[in-house]
Design a protein around this ligand. Structure first.
Ligand code: 5AD
Ligand code: SF4
Length: 449
């Protein structure tokens, strides 16, 4: 029930799924203090922008958006910046006059008190790291229809030279397995059947007693869970135990998002990824041997300092060798304070070269993916209906191996699982025709109307 006297809060989320999950925790924290969530900034008492710092353009968008939000502010509206950009820039963000709160990812517990302070006209920056903080007592307010993001690890202990994340999210720490399992039971009770376990290098999960294999087995066995996914793993943390757990637990989906970043051993070395091209391929081989029907997707960075034509060709050739189902591709973006900043300026790859390589990579990856997708026509597979498609007429559903399939609206409802035959592809997504479920013939009793 809504009460007219409740203060309202709107959170706008940018960046990765960890941020989506953090926003759900912030909504949860504020709901426990009497706030009501609203779906837009107009008229909200509190507006929070949960930000991403991974590339410069993510930050530029937020700065632009902060300017726009001014239009939606009343005289008493409180605006706060949270997330990785808040952690990275700290008090520098308070130079924007209408921002009164800057709160990093380990300080969300303080939100209600800080908002109260801001109401009295004060302005705050809260960016201390807290290695104990997992927000265990906060009940996340979930808005996603069919799946739950569950954070299992915060921070990162790798130090890839391009990456800002270790600076914005601090050192790696894992939640206790029992807490993750408890939350999984809670999301089942809310009617959700899919969970996505989140961590910066999620397969290095270790709570002191249990590793990631234990976690997959425990979460995958929760009654009512039909699909378990996770993102993102690091290639160096795929133990045989994890691969065996993936293969043996029926609810764990046959999909791994395995960030590659580059196909060149020398670039990988400069990135401090701690694996070579051959190590990456060996990891792919082990995963495919252990998990039948496995789909692989990846992240790739183009134009890292010093990248030569030959090194870039190695990236293209590794894509041809692995045959990813899909890839997120990024132009390198220099982040302040990362080790890449200390590399010789002569190593900078000119913008036009980066753009040309990026376009070639996109064409190559999309082409390979389209060729693979054409071979899937006629397959019969299970999909989960996730949401109404953008055209408003069909539903968007997903296979276990993370392919998007459009199904007709009359096929079922959001949250339903159904068997479809893959009947068409645009190259990137599919259309599916629902299969008739065979029902046992019922004996006819009495007469037909
Ligand atoms: N520039 C470009 N892409 C980056 N990523 C991380 N840092 C940078 C950067 N400085 C990409 C990586 C990572 C993904 C989440 O974002 O590919 O896997
Ligand atoms: Fe960044 Fe590397 Fe950690 Fe991923 S593993 S968050 S790329 S430092």
């Amino acid at each position: 029930m809504t009460s007219p006297t409740k203060p309202t809060v709107y959170i706008e989320t940018y960046g990765c799924q960890m941020n989506v999950s953090d926003s759900e925790l912030m909504y949860g924290t504020l709901a426990a203090h009497g706030y009501e969530a609203v779906s837009g900034p107009e008229g909200a008492d509190v507006i929070l922008v949960n930000t991403c710092a991974i590339r410069e353009n993510a930050e530029t968008r937020v700065i632009g958006r902060l300017g726009e939000l001014k239009r939606h502010m009343g005289p008493k509206t409180i605006v706060g910046v949270t997330g990785c950009m808040a952690q990275r820039l700290g008090p520098r963000l308070l130079k924007t006059k209408h921002v009164s709160l800057v709160i990093g990812p380990d300080s969300y517990r303080a939100l209600p008190a800080l908002i109260d302070g801001a109401r009295r006209g004060e302005r705050f920056t809260a960016t201390d790291f807290d290695l104990e903080e997992h927000y265990e007592d906060v009940v996340a307010r979930r808005f996603e229809g069919v799946k739950a993001w569950i954070p299992v690890q915060r921070g990162c202990n790798y130090r890839c030279t391009y990456c800002i994340v270790p600076f914005t999210r601090g050192s790696e720490r894992s939640r206790q397995l029992a807490d993750v399992v408890r939350e999984t039971h809670e999301v089942v009770a809310q009617g959700l059947t899919e969970v996505v376990l989140l961590g910066q290098t999620v397969n290095s999960y270790n709570d002191g007693t249990h590793d990631f294999a234990d976690l997959l087995r425990a979460v995958g066995a929760v009654d009512g869970i039909r699909r378990v996914r996770y993102t993102s793993p690091h290639p160096n943390d795929f133990s045989d135990r994890v691969i065996a757990a993936m293969a043996e637990v029926p609810t764990v989906c046959e999909h791994v998002h395995l960030p590659m970043q580059s196909g060149s051993t020398s670039v990988l070395k400069r990135m401090l990824r701690r694996y070579s091209r051959e190590d990456y391929l060996a990891c792919v081989t082990r995963l495919r041997a252990g998990i039948p029907g496995l789909a692989l997707t990846t992240d790739i960075i183009v134009g890292f300092p010093g990248e030569t034509d030959a090194e870039f060709e190695d990236t293209l050739s590794l894509c041809r060798e692995v045959l990813f189902h899909d890839a997120f591709m990024f132009k390198f973006s220099m982040r302040e304070g990362t080790p890449a900043e200390r590399m010789p300026v002569e190593w900078t790859v000119p913008d036009d070269v980066v753009t040309e390589r990026f376009n070639r990579l996109v064409t190559t990856v999309r082409g390979l993916s389209r060729d693979g997708n054409l071979t899937r026509l006629g397959l019969k597979t299970e999909v989960l209906i996730e949401k109404v498609a953008r055209d408003g007429e069909m539903f968007q559903a997903r296979t276990r191996d993370f392919k998007t399939v459009m199904v007709p609206a009359e096929a079922g409802r959001i949250g339903d699982y159904l068997m479809v035959e893959i009947t068409g592809t645009t190259g990137a997504t599919f259309t599916g025709t629902p299969l008739k479920v065979e029902r046992k013939m019922l004996p006819l009793i009495g007469s037909r109307e």
